[in-house]
Design a protein around this ligand. Structure first.
Ligand SMILES: Nc1ncnc2c1ncn2[C@@H]1O[C@H](COP(=O)(O)OP(=O)(O)O)[C@@H](O)[C@H]1O
Ligand SMILES: [Mg+2]
Length: 158
């Protein structure tokens, strides 16, 4: 499969939140977003606003740094938000049920490098980077192989 990429600049935390919300409604069970970037890049900020935009009654969306996974019921189905920074082994992924969730739920994964060979081929990769000298700006790069992501990316980067 060919790998495609696209990129854009996010000028404020609000722009990142708006982008996350505009992606949220397109997600269906079996869709997986893998969020890369250094600590403080905005991975949790992006996930929190994506999840909250899908809630009828806004709830707290804590970072799953210590629990590894937080699950939510959203109109399209179950949503899993995970942070694999502290993952100790690939066996733990199976125990958490994450590999199964890749098939049945909407999954948002921070620190997806920990997935190694279990990285889902159909995922959309998002990489957030800091912009030197601009505390409130980020660059975001999208990369994907599954053609299902094409229309969404065209819409959000138009
Ligand atoms: N344009 C931006 N997009 C996302 N976050 C931003 C932006 N500008 C500043 N920030 C701030 O950067 C921090 C990102 O923290 P967090 O989302 O926890 O990072 P990570 O999960 O990648 O470690 C938040 O405090 C957020 O308000
Ligand atoms: Mg985080």
């Amino acid at each position: 499969m060919t790998r495609h990429t696209a990129a854009c600049r996010l000028n404020s935390p609000e722009e990142t939140a708006d982008l996350a919300a505009s992606i949220a409604g397109a997600l269906r069970p079996g869709d997986c977003l893998l969020l890369e970037g250094v600590i403080g890049a905005g991975k949790t900020h992006f996930c929190r606003h994506l999840i909250q935009s899908l809630m009828d009654v806004p709830e707290d969306v804590p970072s799953p740094t210590f629990t590894l996974v937080q699950t939510y019921d959203v109109p399209a189905g179950e949503l899993w938000h995970s942070d694999l920074y502290r993952l100790s082994s690939l066996d733990e992924l199976e125990e958490l049920g994450l590999t199964e969730a890749f098939e049945n739920a909407i999954c948002l994964v921070e620190w997806p490098d920990r997935l190694a060979e279990l990285t889902p081929a159909h995922a959309l990769h998002l990489t957030l980077s800091l912009v030197p000298g601009a505390d409130d700006q980020r660059d975001i790069q999208f990369a994907w192989s599954d053609p299902k992501w094409q229309p969404l990316i065209e819409r959000i980067t138009a």
